[in-house]
Design a protein around this ligand. Structure first.
Ligand code: HEC
Length: 271
């Protein structure tokens, strides 16, 4: 009888704990594979160039990237555009939100053409957040009960979060204080102000003929935004490897030195 009671009590506790935890579980975000995953991963230059194109033609209408210098588009390991391409890109980039970018005004108060030494303009259309570090500021994988354990295996998942947001619309909309909001399973709170029409199949045509369905466009722009947020990821991984290599050599040398130093003593003991 007592055993039965204890079992029932345990089962009830487990059930209530389980259901209250269940409400806090985040939406499951798919692990989209990227070329820069894992310790040996590197950015795919062509993907970054396509992602830059998606950002320029679509996202930059609302999202700024004010911490990223345009000249870095020429960096090796990044999109690696030729110097004249970077110049032409800067000169053609429109400043949509002139009020937020007074630094790009010339003496007469008119917006001047951008140069490679400028940063991407700020833009906050409809309250869209800046994208300079978004891919590092958001996480897709939290692990059970937000312990972050999954992140050891899958990474933090910023780019996966960006892809998931773009793919996360359910198609439902509602009006909040005169503004339309869109139901999105991934966005915290479930409703996002970004319209579900921002990205669609075939919206951007890539010069290299790469697939331009919505998911491919989303992956390309997510990869580009990861590079924008962490342009030196490869250098960081190399530094890590150099460090580990150095430590292995140092450990072996110390081990051998230790053996030699103690050899006479050990020799006595066994003799
Ligand atoms: C028409 C304007 C507009 C365009 C174009 C647009 N966005 Fe947005 N985006 C917004 C707004 C506004 C928000 C903030 C939504 C909110 O807070 O409800 C947002 C939010 C986001 C978020 C979530 C940010 C967070 O805080 O977690 C992501 C990710 C995102 N946008 C990615 C993109 C990408 C990638 C593109 C280009 C393919 C893009 N957006 C194009 C308006 C836009």
């Amino acid at each position: 009888m007592i055993r039965k009671l204890i079992l029932t009590a345990l089962a009830t506790v487990a059930f209530t704990a389980g259901s209250s935890f269940a409400q806090e579980v985040d939406p499951v975000i798919k692990d989209v594979p990227f070329s820069f995953d894992g310790p040996f991963g590197t950015y795919d230059q062509h993907q970054l160039q396509r992602g830059l194109q998606v950002y320029t033609e679509v996202c930059s209408a609302c999202h700024g990237m004010k911490l990223v210098a345009i000249r870095t588009l020429g960096d090796v390991g990044g999109p690696h555009l030729a110097a004249d391409q970077v110049k032409a890109y800067a000169a053609a980039f429109p400043v949509n939100d002139t009020a937020s970018n007074p630094q790009y005004n010339d003496a007469s108060g008119k917006t001047r053409a951008l140069t490679p030494n400028d940063n991407f303009p700020a833009n906050n259309m409809m309250g869209a957040p800046d994208m300079s570090v978004l891919a590092k500021a958001r996480a897709a994988f939290h692990g059970p009960y937000k312990l972050g354990i999954n992140q050891l295996i899958h990474g933090i998942g910023g780019p996966q979060y960006i892809v998931a947001i773009l793919e996360g619309y359910t198609g439902k909309t509602k009006d909040v204080a005169g503004n339309t909001v869109y139901e999105n399973d991934i966005f915290p709170g479930g409703w996002i102000q970004m319209p579900n029409t921002v990205l669609s199949d075939g919206q951007v045509t890539f010069a290299d003929g790469a697939p331009n369905d919505k998911l491919s466009e989303a992956k390309d722009v997510a990869a580009f935004l990861m590079w924008a947020a962490e342009p030196k990821m490869m250098e960081r991984k190399h530094a890590g490897f150099d460090g580990v290599f150095f430590l292995i050599i140092l450990t072996s040398l110390l081990y051998l030195t230790n053996k030699r130093i103690w050899a006479p003593m050990k020799g006595k003991k066994t003799a």
